[in-house]
Design a protein around this ligand. Structure first.
Ligand SMILES: NC(=O)c1ccc[n+]([C@@H]2O[C@H](COP(=O)([O-])OP(=O)(O)OC[C@H]3O[C@@H](n4cnc5c(N)ncnc54)[C@H](O)[C@@H]3O)[C@@H](O)[C@H]2O)c1
Length: 365
């Protein structure tokens, strides 16, 4: 397998956390005997400073020519006053659109040793491990007609069968490899578009008899996520509802520096931490690289079918945390507070430990 990954480190802490993710990736793929080619390209403010645009045609073309894209973050004070189309953030929107990324995937996993960091009580969040599949290129954010006058405003929530089917299939496939449960979230008691969503998801589910399908209204789902998040495995939902649910789900797990994401289309896939470029802490070796490293783990799972390698990375992160290693953003008194580079090395050494234990048959996950 000789695969090509485009790296877009971007701005602020982007290069630091992507540096960590690549270090872990290189180490892991060597262990698994596969070869990846890495091509680094500029994006965001870094690209604007060099080429006068936050996204060059070369960067876009390199992404088109790759099997996956790993992005850090874009933006910062320096570029805040540029006109809209030149801002670093505009590059990200254009990139996502150009790559046709219709599914946004955000895991909500609570690491046992960080259960105290959640805004919810430890006994409620402990053991939470679900993933949100949000439709990303349709629904009310794109539907026509849209507009407003002095007297009224309007938007249109519209979904085609094809748009629903392709993300539903992705969610059901993911559920097969997890606990086998999909919760489809809609507002079918009020909206016809949701009744249609529910019907199409039901049709898709017939091809997945091994997966249990539940339908839930959005208002109930929001309540259930904070009441008993452990009940979920895969949440499947539309653009608007997913926008809200993925943020709630992320927050109950603790820190922004821990949250990975994947955006996947028919041909392309982009992996990135949920956090921004954190200019306030850039260049100080204190950024938490776990979101970026976990995004790389998602890449192995979703783009390269390397679930075992992906799982081992998450287990290595878990063990590093269990042993008290923390970056400052998630650290408390008594923890071993370390820098970006140091926690990356710890995660790699924990990976090595688990890998050897498994190879010797001492420890099975
Ligand atoms: N996907 C993206 O590239 C993306 C997403 C959000 C914001 N942004 C941009 O990033 C810039 C800063 O935005 P913001 O401050 O609103 O959000 P941010 O996520 O960059 O930072 C919010 C807070 O969280 C902290 N933080 C974030 N990631 C961290 C990490 N890995 N380790 C430790 N602490 C971390 C920061 O220090 C800051 O205090 C802006 O220019 C914004 O437009 C980019």
């Amino acid at each position: 397998m000789n695969k090509r990954i485009t790296l877009l480190p971007g701005d602020g802490i982007g290069p630091e956390v992507i540096g960590s993710a690549v270090k872990v990736l290189k180490y892991v793929i060597e262990k698994f005997g596969v070869e990846f080619e890495f091509v680094e390209m500029p994006i965001g403010g870094a690209s604007y400073d060099k080429y006068g645009t936050p996204l060059t045609d070369e960067t876009l073309q390199t992404c088109y020519d790759s099997d996956a894209v790993l992005l850090g973050a874009v933006g910062g004070y320096k570029w805040e006053n540029l006109e809209h189309s030149l801002k670093p953030e505009a590059a990200l929107l254009k990139l996502r659109k150009s790559l046709g990324l219709f599914a946004n995937i955000r895991p909500a996993k609570v690491y046992p040793s960080l259960a105290d960091a959640s805004s919810l009580k430890k006994e409620i969040v402990e053991g939470t491990n679900f993933v949100v599949f949000r439709e990303l290129t349709g629904g009310i954010y794109f539907g026509q007609p849209r507009g407003y006058t002095e007297e009224k405003g309007w938007n249109t929530m519209v979904y085609t069968r094809e748009e629903i089917e392709r993300i539903a299939k992705m969610a059901f496939e993911a559920a097969i490899k997890r606990k086998g449960m999909v919760t489809s979230v809609d507002k079918a008691n009020v909206l016809e578009v949701s009744q249609f969503w529910r019907k199409v998801v039901g049709d898709v589910s017939k091809d997945y008899p091994m997966v249990q399908l539940k339908n839930m209204y959005i208002d109930n789902a929001a309540m259930q996520i904070v009441r008993d998040p452990r009940q979920f495995d895969v949440i499947l939902t539309s653009n608007l509802f997913g926008d809200i649910l993925s943020d709630i789900s992320g927050m109950i797990t603790g820190s922004l520096g821990m949250l990975p994401s994947a955006s996947i289309g028919t041909k392309y896939a982009l992996y990135e931490p949920v956090h921004g470029s954190a200019p306030d802490i850039a260049g100080q070796n204190i950024a938490n690289p776990i979101a970026a490293i976990s995004s790389a783990a998602m890449m192995l799972e979703y783009s390269f079918d390397m679930s075992k390698a992906s799982e081992l990375i998450i287990d290595a992160i878990n063990r590093a945390l269990q042993e008290g290693y923390r970056t400052a953003d998630i650290g408390n008194e008594g923890d071993k507070i370390v820098g970006t580079k140091e926690i990356t090395n710890v995660i790699m050494s924990k990976f090595e430990e688990i890998y050897n234990e498994q190879a010797l048959g001492v420890f099975t996950l």
